[in-house]
Design a protein around this ligand. Sequence first.
Ligand SMILES: Cc1ncc(COP(=O)(O)O)c(C=O)c1O
Length: 369
Amino acid sequence: MPRPIHATIHTAALHHNLARVRQAVPDAKTWAVVKANAYGHGIERVFEGLRGADGFALLDLAEAERVRHLGWRGPILLLEGVFEPRDLELCSRLSLWHAVHCDEQIDMLAAHKTQVPHRVFLKMNSGMNRLGFTPQRFRAAWARLNALPQVDEISFMTHFSDADGPRGIAHQMAAFDTATQDLPGERSVSNSAATLRHANGDARVRADWVRAGIVLYGSAPDFPENDAARWQLAPTMTLATRLLAVQQLQAGDTVGYGSRFTAEGPLTIGVAACGYADGYPRHCDTGTPVLVNGVRTRLVGRVSMDMVTVDLTPLIASGMPVGFGSEVTLWGRAGNGVVLPIDEVAQAAGTVGYELMCALAQRVPVTVE
Ligand SMILES: Cc1ncc(COP(=O)(O)O)c(C=O)c1O
């Protein structure tokens, strides 16, 4: 028998979250961002749930090939563009659109032999200072690209550093706008946070393509200011396992490595088959929320490689049956429908939902429902 841990990908939730994006920006086209193997979910596993998007955006050429292999004939955008000249051959062969964020990528395009000119997204560094041409250098880059026979349509993109926080997007939006306003072509500026928080009153933020990532996977981009319930998002990944042992503790007994938790009185704990080798964060400490048979309780003691220990008090206090084989939900939806948002677990680990999804370990079996 395999260990009882498994992850479930919820296709209906992917549909629902995509519909939420559509509702937020009804006139925009939506890139479903499926980089990092669809934020850890698996490109093949999310495809059915996200095929209603207008295009798929990702980084890796191998992932782009997988999307084409699934039969997707619509747009695919390489968010970081190409890394070396031969990548352009694959772009030509697979009809990939690609970002152009530096002079070296323009050089590669200028040297590329292709029958069919490429559709590119010229990227501006409007303040994030990762990728893109500064507003001062943007126009010259556009002029160079525009003169290339290898290039067909030129669209424009930028990426926000603070769409989820107090600084907001106004300064970057202004820089982007000023430098692009008289250039012809489509725009793409918004990630999930901008789509949910800033697109409502501002047509520039909605135009023309939004790049929706985390929102599609049911995690709030601006947690804890807002949670997934507030944004009406549904969890797309459940990580669940079962109890493989129960221990009765007395006052003074400790739990796990480093004796990080000491019982103050009699306490029943369960041992669940999930550890950091499954992708559950080792930084989760006593108090991290967890569901047992759909009832909310807490982790006690340190997460180990293959096991976590959980406090069974809330179940025992209410007379609910619990023991070997009881369902444990680390995040997502329990059998009784109760949801434990991945964002809460991520917060307990000092990180974000993105990281937990992406870190789901290879050894965890995954089913799609
Ligand atoms: C360029 C770009 N656009 C869009 C996204 C999607 O972001 P989010 O998952 O916050 O929606 C990302 C992700 O980091 C990105 O790098």
